[in-house]
Ligand binder design. Structure first.
Ligand code: 8YV
Length: 314
């Protein structure tokens, strides 16, 4: 397989994945190539696979330039950066990394809830700045028992619900259709879900239908005591509406792991103590990133050895 060309379109920032790919394939790190047009014209026949992730995948323009592309293996569960329609048209296989990251992302969602309600980051800054020696810290908000509303009750949404249940939180959810196998309360609209929840969590896949699923109406329904947690994708939330609601005090707080234009984060949020900002680290543990990388490599090996794919999406 050494002669098989694999184009890594995501940032080359995963040493283990890069090492494992380089052991097996001819790896090209797209982001390090300065003249991309020239590279594509000279390597178009060699590239038979793409490795992307949540930040960079494979758009129609790139796919069109690679006549021998057979598989896109994403180092992510979300596939919103891959043109799935184009892949289907061309018969290109697509794989992702489901399940192995579910626990980490769900853990982080609960961490964000606690961090926002109990003001963990602000408390930490308070101690470090020496202010504790002068004043007592203000009171925060209890998490146990708060109603949690989840947008999207898939693998990650369910894992968040189970964890929140352990904190005695009643669970509400919105999804396209009501689930027959759960006892959580279903709301057929996100506005109704927000109006009946203290904490609203975005945990669905990003598609055309779910873009800006959290809009001004939803934010207003959540209200000045409500908290938004986003561990999905930045474009799920109308970010400028979110920023103005937080700045104007129309929303109680937010815990955000993802943003519309990563790594750019609206600077208006930097001074707000009721907001916790993370650099898209939902799956970012050593253990999980290794399992994700193993799936990416395993899927590519299976494809080129004509074996069944480990985690096929298409
Ligand atoms: C990562 C993610 O940010 O799996 C996803 O959809 O958003 C994350 O796991 C990333 O793609 C890691 O490479």
């Amino acid at each position: 397989m050494e002669s098989v060309g694999v184009l890594m379109t995501c940032p080359p920032s995963y040493p283990y994945l890069i090492e494992e790919l380089e052991k097996r394939f001819s790896l090209y790190k797209f982001q390090t190539i300065s003249d991309k047009a020239q590279f594509l014209s000279s390597h178009k026949s060699v590239i038979r696979a793409i490795v992307g992730n949540a930040n960079a995948g494979a758009d129609a323009d790139l796919i069109d330039q690679l006549p021998n592309l057979g598989i896109v293996a994403s180092n992510s569960v979300g596939l919103d950066k891959i043109d799935l329609t184009k892949c289907k048209e061309r018969g290109i296989r697509v794989t992702n990394t489901p399940d192995v990251l579910t626990d980490d992302v769900a853990d982080l969602a609960i961490g964000l809830m606690l961090a926002v309600l109990r003001r963990l980051c602000e408390c930490d800054r308070y101690v470090r700045s020496g202010k504790w020696k002068k004043d007592d810290y203000q009171l925060t908000t209890k998490f146990t028992g708060k109603t949690v509303g989840i947008i999207g009750l898939g693998r990650i949404g369910m894992a968040i619900a189970k964890r929140a249940e352990a904190f005695s939180c009643p669970i509400n959810y919105y999804s396209r259709t009501e689930k027959s196998d759960v006892n959580y309360k279903y709301y057929p609209s996100v506005v109704e879900l927000a109006a009946n929840s203290h904490i609203l969590v975005v945990a669905c896949a990003l598609t055309e239908e779910t873009q800006h699923i959290v809009n001004r109406q939803v934010i207003d329904a959540l209200g000045p005591n409500g908290v938004l947690i986003n561990i999905g994708r930045g474009p799920h939330v109308d970010e400028s509406e979110l920023v103005s609601a937080l700045v104007e005090g129309r929303l109680g707080g937010a815990g955000l792991d993802v943003f519309e234009n990563e790594p750019h984060v609206p600077e208006e949020l930097f001074g707000l103590e009721n907001v916790v900002l993370l650099p898209h680290v939902g799956s970012g543990t050593v253990e999980t990133r290794k399992e994700m990388a193993d799936l990416v490599v395993g899927n590519l090996e299976a494809y080129f050895l004509n074996k069944p794919l480990l985690t096929p999406f298409v």
